[in-house]
Design a protein around this ligand. Structure first.
Ligand SMILES: [Zn+2]
Length: 688
């Protein structure tokens, strides 16, 4: 059941915050209702749905003009602000209804020309439908339960059974002028309705106050969920924990699939080093239950529950059944090629139908249904993968419920194509050049420390998805809090047996693979060699050498499976080449790591794997803390600032400078076996 989360006190806060203007107050309360709707995934998914309110505002001459505020296209309802619901003069929109037809270009132009704030976001493409209904507050969602009945062959009968005459049914039209007009005609035939069900698309509720319109949305969705529950004996339920067996299979197969998809994408883009997709696996109870159905392969060819999904999930998922998986990488590769060929045919066929002027999008699948593994969302970065996975989960819920209650029959190929290649839909996807590290999964050990965190942030700022590894749970979660939702990590002792495999497996389970390892974690133990305890030296070797080796090995195995290159980056140390008195226990394993870097560059080069490192010195961090700095400075008879800037350029070297150097190496696509010094200049430690 969907909870009614309306809270008068909260709503009132929005009203008060809006100031004295009644129109601003009404808009603020509708924004509050919109956020409640947007926050519930059973109602609204990523950028889907839209809401509006009609108010009166004054123009520059003091005249009252009726306006419609509606969600800006592509904005997220869950986070919507009043400013993201631009105002459009209502009369010109109403006047359009008399036209026999209206192109999308003319519609958008008329809407934009009538905005009160010319710099506001472009209003939702569903604006005319909102304009033609007389109510002051209107909500539109693509709720999972509603989609299950919106795709039934006898949807009208079912709506009558559930709602009587309280909800009318609108046939499928592309969003825009035609849908707005059709919905208005259906509404005019029975103006007492509380809502509209749009076949193959979604649902509207409306009222003259924000709370009532919101209440109706929740009530309607729950009435449908009840009906579905009674019919199927099942309740639409969210995902549970993944089965460990499924998880293990997923970790084995995802890098294989990722490599194949990356290869096909590179071929399509004609870019040798194009990044692979990032993946988001869903393998909870709902997915397991779905795969137990006998009609999975049939359902895979039906399409999407609402055409709104198609730009993020494509028309069909890639299906990998148990037989394909058992046959290995070659069979998976064949299945991907068959998918691409089907998609290309679909494009060619439909492009010819619409005049042949469309350009084919990347034909690589965005969603995979992998039997006994899970449902995988795939995209150019973690966010795109997450959105595709969320929509795919909603789709299987709507699909299986619909199929069990009379049949799942979404819009056909032609409508789906028109939606997918509709310029107004494509405009919702970012047209910006992708970030430099979009599609790159970067693992950073010691990710909670100063250098590790700064490095992870530098990669994330360029679009990478980060997987942090740190010894301390607390340091890890503190570090992860500085990132958005599409980053993750694991707390473990990297020197423990099997730790590297465990960390890499967790990274694959989260993102589908790995592109860059920043092997950064380290710690210094001091003491002159002759008096040094053997156990201490061995301990230092475990962390400062063996952990680098085990993480390199585990990472290189993933790189090999993906077959798309990869990168290993090490935090070596000035100590590896320029020993400091009493730092033998640190310098010796670092010197071994320095050699490891060169050895691996030699051995992994033919696989396209680049191996580079940083020699940093005198960076404020856990290794060189304030107490230690104080002591050192005192021992030399200088102040701390002078000590920290004790280099050729007389400037302190900070963690962010090391981070920049790691990024610079990662960007240097034809550089390997290179160590970059980041120490402000120290001629004794210069590499030659
Ligand atoms: Zn819609």
């Amino acid at each position: 059941m969907v909870a009614n989360r309306w809270n008068d006190k909260e709503a009132n806060k929005y009203r008060v915050h809006a100031g004295d203007d009644l129109a601003d107050q009404a808009l603020a309360v509708q924004a509050y209702a919109s956020r409640l709707l947007g926050a519930d995934q059973a109602l609204v998914q990523h950028g889907g749905g839209n809401t509006s309110c009609k108010v009166t505002r004054k123009d520059l001459f003091g005249a009252d003009i009726p306006v419609l505020h509606i969600k800006g296209s592509g904005h997220d309802l869950a986070l919507i602000q009043p400013a993201e619901m631009p105002a459009v003069r209502l009369q010109p929109l109403l006047a359009l209804r008399t036209l026999g037809g209206l192109s999308d270009v003319d519609m958008v132009n008329t809407v934009r020309c009538n905005m009160l704030d010319a710099s506001g976001p472009t209003p939702s493409v569903e604006i005319l439908l909102h304009a033609y209904l007389p109510h002051a507050f209107i909500n539109h969602t693509h709720a999972t339960a509603m989609l299950a009945i919106a795709d039934l062959p006898n949807a009208a009968e079912v709506v009558q059974e559930i709602f009587g005459d309280k909800v009318s049914v609108v046939p499928f039209y592309m969003p825009g002028f035609d849908l707005g007009k059709a919905a208005a005609e259906v509404y005019d035939a029975n103006p007492d309705v509380e809502g509209l069900l749009l076949l193959n698309h979604g649902h509207f509720t409306f009222e003259n106050d924000a709370k009532s319109a919101y209440d109706l949305m929740i009530t309607h969705v729950n009435m449908v969920a009840d009906w579905l529950g009674n019919k199927t004996g099942k309740v639409l339920k969210p995902s549970g924990q993944a089965d460990p067996m499924m998880q293990a299979k997923a970790i084995e197969m995802m890098p294989v699939l990722r490599g194949i998809l990356g290869d096909r994408r590179a071929q399509f883009l004609n870019m040798r080093d194009a990044p692979m997709p990032v993946m988001d696996l869903r393998a909870g109870g709902n997915v397991q239950e779905f795969f137990e159905r006998s009609d999975v392969e049939d359902l895979a060819k039906r399409g999407v529950a609402t055409p709104d999904h198609v730009i993020r999930t494509k028309n069909f998922p890639l299906v990998l059944n148990a037989k394909t998986l058992a046959s290995g990488a070659g069979a998976i590769s064949d299945a991907v090629d068959a998918y691409i060929s089907d998609y290309t045919d679909y494009f060619t066929r439909n492009n010819a139908r619409v005049g042949g002027h469309k350009i084919m999008l990347n034909p690589v699948p965005d969603v995979a249904w992998v039997q006994d593994v899970g449902i995988i969302g795939m995209g150019a970065n973690g966010a795109a993968a997450r959105i595709a996975a969320d929509l795919a989960e909603q789709n299987i819920a709507a699909m299986s419920n619909g199929e069990d209650c009379g049949g799942f029959y979404p819009v056909g190929e032609a409508d789906l194509f028109d939606m997918e290649y509709w310029s107004l839909e494509q405009a919702k996807l970012s047209s910006h050049k992708p970030a430099r590290f979009a599609g790159h999964v970067v693992m950073v050990t010691g990710g909670g420390g100063a250098i590790g965190l700064a490095t992870a942030q530098a990669f994330a700022a360029l679009g990478a998805n980060i997987f942090l590894v740190d010894l301390e749970e607390e340091a890890l979660s503190k570090a992860l809090n500085t990132f958005g939702p599409d980053h993750d990590g694991i707390a473990l002792d990297i020197t423990a047996d099997g730790a590297a495999d465990q960390a890499v497996a967790a990274c694959i389970a989260r993102f589908g693979g790995l592109d860059v390892l920043v092997s950064n974690a380290g710690a210094a133990w001091t003491g002159e060699m002759i008096g040094l305890d053997d156990a201490l030296l061995r301990k230092s070797f475990e962390l400062n050498f063996f952990a680098h080796q085990t993480f390199s090995k585990a990472s290189a195995q993933v790189f090999e499976t993906q077959s798309r290159g990869g990168q290993l980056l090490y935090n070596v140390s000035k100590q590896a080449v320029n020993p400091g008195k009493g730092f033998g226990a640190y310098g010796l394993p670092k010197a071994a790591t320095f050699f490891l870097l060169r050895q691996l560059a030699l051995e992994l080069g033919p696989m396209g794997v680049r191996v580079n490192g940083i020699n940093a010195d005198r960076i404020r961090s856990g290794l060189l803390d304030d107490e230690f700095i104080k002591e050192r400075a005192k021992a030399r008879g200088i102040d701390e600032g002078t000590y920290m800037a004790g280099n050729l350029i007389r400037r302190e070297v900070e963690a962010r400078h090391v981070a920049d150097a790691f990024v610079a190496l990662a960007l240097s696509e034809r550089t390997t076996a290179h160590v970059m010094t980041v120490d402000g200049g120290n001629i004794e430690a210069a590499l030659r």
